[in-house]
Design a protein around this ligand. Sequence first.
Ligand SMILES: [Cu+2]
Length: 242
Amino acid sequence: MKKSWIPVFLLWLLFTVLGLLLVMNTTVLPAQYSEEAEVIDEAYELLEALAVPVMALIFAIMVWGAISWRSRGADREDGPPQRTSKAVVGVWLVVTISLAVGVLINPGFVGLAAVRGEPVSDYVVQLEGSQFFWEVTYPNGESALDELVVPVHKRVRYDVHSTDVLHSFWVPAFRTKIDAVPGLTTQVYITATHTGGMEDDVNLRIQCAELCGAGHAQMAMPVRVVEEAEWLAYIEGLGSDG
Ligand SMILES: [Cu+2]
């Protein structure tokens, strides 16, 4: 019985190596367009790598169990009760508690602090969610309903409101998300790192991320990241249109 842990250990090692090679050589994440996205993606990749040995252990026990402890036909009764191994339980508890506390600290607290950063911004933009559209109001007081235009390399604070029900301001390319709550102002800071628009990457859009009614899925708005001078000209131009 004791020796049956050797093949399990070897399978675990094999699956861990294969799993780590797989996750290190594939990416499921879309392109990054903000500083915050870099922190979020690092956290994602760390959690993904930490999950590999855990999943590999479960697979190793399943595979070896199916091979080694299968019914050989003669005896279909339940086997004798297994004694608990104090060593295995002890190691399991120490390892899983360490993992849980470790990820709570980093990327938990450390990553959250990095994403939030200092409460300072170059510009403040108001964003108001309503069933089923977003209204942007820029620092000069001009508003727009068709797109959100943001200056690249500038730290922008978004003051988010809702006029009716819960919505959520989510830009997949920025990896940031904050609820829009009636009666409250929620804030999120985003520093865009690359210029581009929805024609470059479909994730450069606001997408409501809180089920808010029949039009929820259509509650999206293109995001365009431009140079600061172009952005200033754009928000001035909004005034002359009206
Ligand atoms: Cu919604």
